[in-house]
Design a protein around this ligand. Structure first.
Ligand SMILES: [Zn+2]
Ligand SMILES: [Zn+2]
Length: 399
């Protein structure tokens, strides 16, 4: 057995040994769901756990509920494993981010164990706690602050209904639309009013009609966030929130211009004023193929079977702020099955994310991420990292 094989086996054993504690960690987060930048409990349990495990932990890192935990030296490869831990309103951990946190911590522990076992090797593991993925874009401020400048590659695994090593994550733009009209007594003087809700309804319908001209890969979905206050008052204000998604930023611009036409046209028909505000935008995920190949080899060796259903790869696309990370440093964010046919963002998926099967699937992912990291840290001539970086440069140019 060569040194790397021995150390790899020792490293992944550490995950199995801590299985019970890691399960409890995940359960602590799952059973206390906290949304967008309110993840104080998750922040506390994760940072306390990592301190106990011997990492150098920076609490309240960049965000109140962000953290960075590191171990190792600066004169080698610095691999980042990313944790998410925010939940969704009302339906809790229906995206399984408790498992992403568990996976990041478990992978970090395994990489740290390998570094300790081979003190002659130089390298570093960074576990990054990134809050507010579901709309808040916690990673964006970390990118702006230069957190990724000293990191060579980023690894994260996301639970979903399938094993899919290179999932399509779309560029996404959130937008708030406000229609402003004029109030009036809806029975006595309705002709004096200008109905903002009518504009909002027409806007919703116009966007729905336009879907025929949307590319099959685009995703546009919205809700009414304000439809007036009382039927007897002609609504002078109506609001919609939409998410617009497309495979690339260029296509997203095309979609935005169609969308803006629907907003302005509806306002004109109803005689209202329209305004819209673009909020957080996520970039599409650009999977680093070299890095993904390493992941795939280890995943297969761990017994993972990837989906062969092309429609999953083509159609089951979401978005994430990991996309932004992937355009700053080489990144992978494989999706992995937690043995449910329910989709993310449903109550069924939330139940699955708290199950033993999901926990075990997550430990396997942590092992695969750790082994992928060790391939880079234990590569004496850095050839693997060079290939990964060259691919990144060929895609984005030198940054
Ligand atoms: Zn989600
Ligand atoms: Zn998610």
């Amino acid at each position: 057995m060569d040194e790397l094989t021995q150390i790899s086996s020792y490293s992944t054993q550490q995950i199995d040994q801590k299985s019970q504690e890691l399960k409890e960690l995940s359960f602590q987060i799952w059973s206390h769901p906290e949304t967008c930048y309110n993840e104080t409990h998750a922040h506390e349990v994760l940072t306390s756990f990592l301190e106990k495990e011997g990492f150098v932990v920076e609490r309240n890192f960049i965000h109140q509920t962000g953290f960075r935990a590191t171990f190792g030296t600066n004169n080698g490869v610095n691999v980042c494993v990313i944790c998410e831990y925010d939940a969704l309103p009302e339906i809790g951990h229906a995206c399984g981010h408790n498992l992403i946190a568990e996976c990041g911590v478990a992978a970090g522990i395994a990489i740290k164990a390998a570094l300790e076992k081979a003190p002659n090797k130089h390298g570093k593991v960074t576990i990054l706690g990134t809050p507010a993925e579901e709309g808040g874009g916690g990673k964006l401020k970390m990118i702006e602050a230069g957190v990724f400048d000293e990191i060579h590659v980023a690894l994260m695994a996301h639970p979903c209904p399938h094993n899919i090593p290179r999932p399509p994550l779309l560029a996404k733009q959130e937008v708030q639309i406000t229609f402003t009209g004029k109030p009036a007594h809806a029975a006595a003087f309705p002709w004096q009013g200008v109905n903002a809700l009518d504009a909002a309804v027409m806007c919703y319908q116009a966007i729905s009609l336009m879907r025929q001209q949307f590319k099959p890969t685009w995703r546009v979905h919205g809700i009414f966030t304000n439809g007036g206050v009382k039927p007897s008052i002609i609504p002078d204000k109506a609001e919609l929130q939409y998410y617009l998604r497309a495979p690339t930023v260029l296509e997203l611009e095309e979609l935005k211009s169609k969308f803006e036409g629907c907003v302005q046209g509806s306002a004109l028909l109803a005689g209202c004023q329209a305004s819209y505000k673009y909020d957080t935008g996520y970039l599409d995920l650009v999977t680093n193929k070299h890095l993904a190949s390493l992941y795939e080899q280890h995943a297969t060796a761990q017994g993972l079977v990837f989906t062969t259903d092309k429609s999953v790869e083509q159609n089951e696309s979401a978005s994430g702020d990991i996309g932004n990370v992937s355009q700053v440093i080489p990144t992978i964010q494989p999706g992995y099955s937690i043995h449910t046919s329910d989709s993310n963002h449903t109550r069924g998926f939330r139940e699955a994310a708290g199950s033993d099967r999901a926990h075990l699937a997550t430990l396997t992912q942590a092992k695969i991420l750790a082994l992928t990291a060790l391939d880079l840290i234990f590569d004496d001539n850095d050839k693997t990292l060079q290939a990964i970086q060259e691919e990144f440069k060929a895609t984005f140019g030198s940054r």
